[in-house]
Ligand binder design. Sequence first.
Ligand code: ADP
Ligand code: MG
Length: 322
Amino acid sequence: AVPLVVAINTSMAARNGMLIRDRIAMESARNLDTVVFDKTGTLTEGEQGVVDVATADQWGEDDVLTLAAAAEGDSEHVIAQAIRDTAADQDLPVPGVRGFEALEGRGVRATIEREAVPAAASTADESADIGAPPSDAESDRDGHTVSVGGPNLLRHLEIDPDPALERFASEAGDRGEGVVYVLRDETVVGAIALADVIREESFEAIDALHGMGVDVAMLTGDDADVAHAVADELEIDTVFAEVLPEDKDEKILELQERGHLVGMVGDGVNDAPALTRSDVGIAIGSGTDVAVESADVVLVENDPRDVARLVRLSAKSYRKMA
Ligand code: ADP
Ligand code: MG
């Protein structure tokens, strides 16, 4: 039979917007001394906005956004969503792609099927373009591979952007914005700056944990500058940045090996191994199924402040039991 106290704390948890998937973990929550938060979608809105576009050489801002939106067509990443939204807002004609590839933790790549029909031609006679073979000029541009990704993608490809784009990126980084580069084949044609929106609740969530003497860390695949801008704003103690998805759980292990009892809060597929590794894995309810299934506790209300409530509830319930 389920001990009464456990039954009580499970239903109390449910009333507090938490779904307990592992009762042992729920019990250890009271002893957590470190909580690691994923950044994107957990501490931030999981939405970004395009705030600036820089271009190389003869390229226009519209070209850069159009190519990027095309390559990002099949990506579920927030960066992809922001770029597609901006292209849609600006009524840019986004061409189709084939061979879409997600470059895990780095970006995306796809091959342009054909360039978009120039706006003038499409309004002149739209029906004539449907199924029509591309003109010589269009077929000349057809078949180029477009990649979009962060600084880590360029490092991986061993490609340097031109100095103006590098300056754009470093200034955006100083403002706490993320930058992705847009490549056509091996040429960097532009860069797009995106801003993270920090969730209102995150400030209180971290304050509350600090108030209980719990250290707060942030874990992200993002660039160190971007990560630190968000961390500074939230007064987060420790930052693990530029961590590849397959390395996220290693960071949890490092903390555990230093003697910490570690909670991990995340929402993404990327976070699943870290959620499993941590002593208390906590998933944001609206997160991916994989994250939810890897977690010990699910925050049904998607509220990061519930992490502190969880610690408090654990202390309250299990003190009685002892
Ligand atoms: P996080 O840990 O913040 O959720 P990810 O591990 O998903 O971030 O991605 C790490 C970095 O890789 C991003 O900050 C970005 O620079 C790049 N990246 C990943 N996916 C994409 C994408 N679809 N488009 C552009 N860049 C991407
Ligand atoms: Mg995430």
